[in-house]
Design a protein around this ligand. Structure first.
Ligand SMILES: CC(=O)N[C@H]1[C@@H](OP(=O)(O)OP(=O)(O)OC[C@H]2O[C@@H](n3ccc(=O)[nH]c3=O)[C@H](O)[C@@H]2O)O[C@H](CO)[C@@H](O)[C@@H]1O
Ligand SMILES: C=C(OP(=O)(O)O)C(=O)O
Length: 429
């Protein structure tokens, strides 16, 4: 296993290109199981371990998958089996999304029940209840969820209890081959949902209203493989905005849709970070002294939970007291202890963190507790005194392409080495 070593205090300069979105490409690759005819070509695909794991799963299900650079082609026309095993499902929650396409095409699916995940228990009853409304039945057999339908799935009216991103995606895919019309209400409005709907429509589907809370899907007779370019990763973009802000450096991000980031941008502007948009580029210009803020994570278009830990990294360095309330995942504050090793001053009260900015973070050996925490600790390291060593990088590799390389090219003093390399270990902790 590798670790990342950052020596804080360097200014950043220059530009960085943002990759295709992890959270858009995963459901899009899964939706490539829907067509009985033709091959899909998905472009702007990021080179991430989550994408590797998902393409492995698609191959195991019987799809032909080829990867060349940032393009992945998927051909599911030769028939699929319907069994998603534990070793892949447990690595990646997005594997649960194969339920919708498999039930729609074959009336059968067997998915291993994923184990608990670091950021919360992450149940899937909204997926199951919705699919049941469309005529599926489920049973739990030896730790697997087995789903089946007697005949084709049927269009239905489904109102989610909570706008779950995954449930919305699963149900859109199931409904796109169901018999009749499906109304999905109180659904997630994330840009990744819109991207999925755009792809399904390119395959001949009929999904309307994606990006709003009410989506209407006319089931199609059949879908055909299509070409689709994945949207830019708004969370990677947001993470680099914070890299600029925490190092008080002006940097430019390329391949960004600023509209997808309005809640984060609005908070950064409140703090004193100026954003200058120029087509698909944005330049981040932080003030010398930033102001504390209050942040509450919410479903889109609210502040994204996937930016909560990176924002916390920044707030640990901002004079005054800020608060962060996490409303999406019940256990997404595991990074607080790690920040504390770096001299951060954070008090937790249930789902609210009170963050008092300190004069100087101190480099320390810290553990990435989940994907975004990994990035957040590296960001904190950019501003800390001395060396910060971040371990457990398997989390980082799920969602960031060459994160240390991109920061290094912007001027950070950062390297990725084997965990057995004991040089440059921080003296603290
Ligand atoms: C691959 C992907 O796109 N992952 C994103 C997706 O995850 P994911 O699709 O898993 O997130 P959901 O929106 O489904 O989950 C949000 C909350 O709803 C709860 N819930 C969800 C489904 C359900 O049936 N029952 C239930 O209680 C979850 O436990 C969680 O507390 O959206 C999250 C919320 O923006 C992001 O943090 C993840 O990065
Ligand atoms: C929580 C995340 O992803 P996943 O749902 O794949 O765990 C994330 O991208 O921050």
């Amino acid at each position: 296993m590798d670790k990342i070593i950052v020596k804080g205090g360097k200014k950043l300069k220059g530009s960085v290109t943002i990759e295709g979105s992890k959270n858009a490409v995963l459901p899009i690759l899964v939706a490539s199981l829907l067509p009985e005819k033709g091959k899909s070509y998905i472009t702007n695909v990021p080179d991430l371990s989550d994408v590797d794991n998902l393409t492995t799963l698609l191959k195991l299900l019987g799809a032909e998958v080829e990867t060349g650079g940032s393009t992945v082609s998927v051909d599911a026309s030769n028939g699929l089996n319907h069994n998603a095993p534990y070793d892949l499902v447990s690595k990646m929650r997005a594997s649960m999304l194969v339920m919708g396409p498999l039930l729609a095409r074959y009336g059968k699916c067997t998915i291993a029940m994923p184990g608990g995940c670091a950021i919360g228990s992450r149940p899937i009853e909204q997926h199951i209840k919705g699919l049941e409304k469309m005529g599926a039945s489920f049973s739990n057999v030896d730790g697997n969820i087995e789903g089946y339908t007697d005949g084709q799935l049927k269009g239905a009216r489904i109102t989610l209890d909570f706008p779950s991103v995954g449930a919305t995606q699963n149900l859109i895919m199931a409904a796109s081959l169901a018999d009749g019309t499906t109304h999905l209400e109180n659904v997630a409005m994330e840009p990744e949902i819109e991207d999925l709907a755009k792809y399904i429509n390119a395959m001949g589907g009929n999904v309307k209203g994606a990006g709003t809370s009410h989506i209407i899907i006319e089931g199609a007779e059949e879908l055909r493989g299509a070409d689709h370019e994945v949207i830019p990763d708004r969370i990677e973009a947001g993470t680099f905005m914070i890299a600029g802000a925490i190092t008080k450096s002006e940097i430019t991000l390329k391949n960004v849709v600023l509209d997808h980031l309005s809640a984060l941008v609005s908070k950064l502007e409140d703090m004193g970070v100026k954003m200058v948009e120029n087509g698909s580029e944005v330049t981040v210009i932080p003030a010398e002294n930033l102001k504390p803020i209050k942040v509450k994570t919410m479903p889109h278009p609210g502040f994204p939970t996937d930016m909560q830990s990176q924002m916390m990294a920044l707030l640990t360095t901002v004079k005054g007291t800020s608060t962060i309330t996490e409303t999406i995942f019940e256990n997404r504050f595991m990074h607080v202890d790690e920040f504390s090793h770096m001299n951060a001053n954070i008090l937790l009260d249930e789902n609210t963190a009170m963050v008092k900015g300190v004069e100087n973070l101190q480099g320390a050996r810290v553990k990435a507790t989940d994907l975004r925490a990994a990035a957040a600790l590296i960001l904190a390291g950019l501003a800390a005194e001395g060396y910060t060593v971040v371990t457990e990088l398997r989390h980082l590799d799920r969602g960031y392409v060459d994160f240390h390389g991109k920061l290094s090219r912007l001027g950070a003093d950062i390297e990725r080495v084997s965990d057995t390399d004991k040089t440059k270990e921080p003296v603290t902790n």
